[in-house]
Design a binder for this molecule. Structure first.
Ligand SMILES: NC(=O)c1ccc[n+]([C@@H]2O[C@H](COP(=O)([O-])OP(=O)(O)OC[C@H]3O[C@@H](n4cnc5c(N)ncnc54)[C@H](O)[C@@H]3O)[C@@H](O)[C@H]2O)c1
Length: 352
């Protein structure tokens, strides 16, 4: 196989980063596109020079000319479409989260095993340049044993509305939308330890704050002021079997001064900040050093990270190498997300 013939399923906001990255990859032919909004699919086909607009998911699954699909649909369709595409003999890049719950995630994992195709989960932060640089330092032992990590992704006003605010289609609010990324990136850099216990809280205190005026924020096309069934804030303490712990908090809205993102790791030999900017912390000659790597992307850069993610997926499909974000990791992260919601619901600790 010399080129990879790709079909993009779901042509909303994030699909642009998939399309553009495929266009930039010389080993890819953008063969098709499908969205149940035909108008949107046709518009993207025109914009990115895609050969064919499909009329249904079945047509996509059954087309032998498609080698791989990118799934950029609502969360409640990720598992079903992944399984359909794998069954049709396609490789799959599925946007995060892998699924709505652990049972679905395990079904996808089973399908990957059964149909022997590549499936990569859209944990795009793993592919960011600052992450790759930090991972190389961690793999070389610069941080020693990482025993604590702390991550925050706080929006003071930023519930996108539409399907994001509808638990039936999203599976939850900022935890499943934003938390999935920062939990994954800490877990990945900590060496993917097995989760032992979780305590957590979710809050439905401020709603979506559709009343706020004179301050703009991203809204989906079908935003409605009054509609919201997801949490507006979540926090959790996740403890792993090796004794390490991860503390995390996320919000769609909060009475905070400004938005912030922080990802910090603390080890026995050194520490690191991945966000808001890559920084290494170490000790030498009885002196504490804050070391700033000199690289192009000190912080997460969408275009750069998505290009790396898509290039890596294409290589895995064409060469059979294991994806950097495999289905097993999607399952583990789903266990953690589900554990956080469960711990919050029962107002106690969830043990694994
Ligand atoms: N990796 C990231 O940083 C990142 C960022 C944003 C969104 N996402 C993920 O990408 C996915 C899409 O998010 P978005 O912001 O593009 O949403 P969006 O609402 O802008 O677009 C979703 C599109 O999918 C289509 N769709 C939904 N279900 C479908 C189905 N069963 N068949 C065909 N089309 C279907 C909708 O018509 C819509 O055009 C979500 O899972 C989200 O979590 C990831």
């Amino acid at each position: 196989m010399s080129s990879l013939r790709v079909c993009v399923i779901g042509t909303g906001s994030i699909s642009d980063l998939h399309f553009q990255s495929y266009v930039n990859n010389p080993d890819v032919i953008l063969h098709g596109v499908y969205d149940f909004s035909k108008e949107r699919a046709e518009e993207k086909a025109r914009k990115y020079g895609v050969n064919r607009v499909f009329g249904s998911l079945e047509e996509v699954y059954n087309d032998p000319e498609i080698d791989a699909v990118s799934i950029c649909t609502w969360n409640n369709t990720h598992a079903e479409i992944s399984i359909g595409a794998l069954k049709g003999g396609k490789h799959v890049l599925v946007e995060k989260p892998l699924s709505m719950n652990v049972a679905e995630a395990l079904e996808v994992e089973e399908a990957v095993r059964k149909y022997k195709k590549t499936l990569q989960v859209g944990f795009v932060r793993r592919f960011a340049t600052n992450t790759k640089v930090l991972k190389a330092f961690i793999d070389n032992g610069k941080l020693g044993e990482i025993y604590y990590a702390k991550a925050s992704c706080l929006r003071r006003l930023g519930n996108p509305g539409g399907w994001f605010a509808d638990k039936e289609r999203s599976g939850g609010g900022p935890l499943i939308d934003l938390g999935v990324h920062i939990i994954d990136i800490c877990w990945y850099l900590m060496g993917r330890p097995k989760v032992k216990s979780i305590s957590a809280n979710t809050y439905h205190t401020l709603g979506n704050r559709g009343n706020i005026e004179n301050l703009s924020f991203y809204k989906t096309a079908d935003y409605e002021k009054g509609k919201n069934t997801v949490e507006d804030m979540a926090n959790a303490l996740i403890t792993f079997e090796n004794g390490a712990s991860l503390m995390v908090d996320v919000s769609f809205t909060l009475h905070a001064k400004k938005d912030e993102i922080q990802v910090k790791l603390f080890g026995s030999k050194g520490g690191a900040e991945l966000e808001p900017e890559l920084l290494l912390i170490s000790e030498e000659n009885n002196t504490i050093l804050n070391i700033q790597p000199q690289i192009d992307h000190l912080t997460f850069d969408f275009a750069n990270a998505f290009q790396n993610e898509i290039d890596s997926f294409v290589t895995s499909c064409l060469t059979g190498t294991n994806p950097i974000a495999p289905v097993e990791d999607g399952v583990e992260i789903m266990k953690i997300l589900a554990g956080i919601y469960e711990a919050s619901n029962k107002r106690g600790v969830v043990n694994f």
